[in-house]
Design a protein around this ligand. Sequence first.
Ligand SMILES: Cc1cc2nc3c(=O)[nH]c(=O)nc-3n(C[C@H](O)[C@H](O)[C@H](O)COP(=O)(O)OP(=O)(O)OC[C@H]3O[C@@H](n4cnc5c(N)ncnc54)[C@H](O)[C@@H]3O)c2cc1C
Length: 267
Amino acid sequence: MKVKKYFRAKNLKEFNSLKKKFPNSKILAGGTYVSKEKNSNIDVIIDIQDLGLNYIKNGSDTIKIGSATTFSEIIDEKLNYCDEILTRVSMHCGPITVRNIATIGGNIMAGYYWNDTTPALLALDARLVFAGKDKKTVTMEKFIENRRNFFGLLLKEIIIPKKLTEGRLFYDRFSRTASDIPTSIFISIKTKKEVRIAIGAATIRPFLLKTKEITPDFFDKKLLPKINEIKLVNDLRGTKNFKLKILRSQFKSDGKSGTVVAKVAKL
Ligand SMILES: Cc1cc2nc3c(=O)[nH]c(=O)nc-3n(C[C@H](O)[C@H](O)[C@H](O)COP(=O)(O)OP(=O)(O)OC[C@H]3O[C@@H](n4cnc5c(N)ncnc54)[C@H](O)[C@@H]3O)c2cc1C
């Protein structure tokens, strides 16, 4: 990418008029991904650092996180919700030098299939708020299924509804080393209404599966068809077969006949 023009918008109004003038421009948050991008069609950058989008509002019903909040800021907040899942996930989003500048919004919008935030946000039933004239709020699930509809839009905020009863979460991230990009992520959360299972890194895109109950044949009858529908991905971190084995072991990682998810569901 050869940058010819760099703008640092002071407010949303300025951002919108810049976007209108340069529709093909690139949004820049922490820049850890943009700096490596090879798209030669983009020569205008709009920096969003001054838009005031780095905040965390930990309310009684929701957690609201501004899109330009860095992973270090999320970790420092010590969000005591849902087994500290947001802190635990943020710890994996690169080494500390990266976490100090990389933002949650940049991670979501970069959209790697292996990204650490997406499965957690799927499981947490997070909603994304986009700026613009027709302000859009969309579930994480719908966003992943229709990512193209959101290219170029400004992600403002991530909203997490606090509907999980404490202690009903299972999170397993398999990677070759602790600091490596994940090979497979498995998260399950039991809410009052359902069990939510989110999978990432092993498949072409992260996905969510909701179910009322976990039966002993759940993996083969429900989860495997969904994994096959989305499709496993071969990469340098593992073959499709290897990833499927990891997913099976993550599902059964309590080592008993009942699965971890089943155990969670009974709590
Ligand atoms: C060494 C290293 C190791 C890493 N390891 C991991 C890991 O293990 N797991 C993991 O999940 N990630 C990992 N990452 C990725 C890192 O977390 C992402 O690069 C980062 O989250 C992107 O955030 P950013 O603020 O730098 O985004 P930027 O580089 O600024 O932007 C990324 C993309 O999102 C767009 N964008 C940014 N903000 C917005 C917004 N508010 N609205 C709309 N579009 C926006 C940009 O236009 C661009 O396309 C690693 C990165 C590095 C460099």
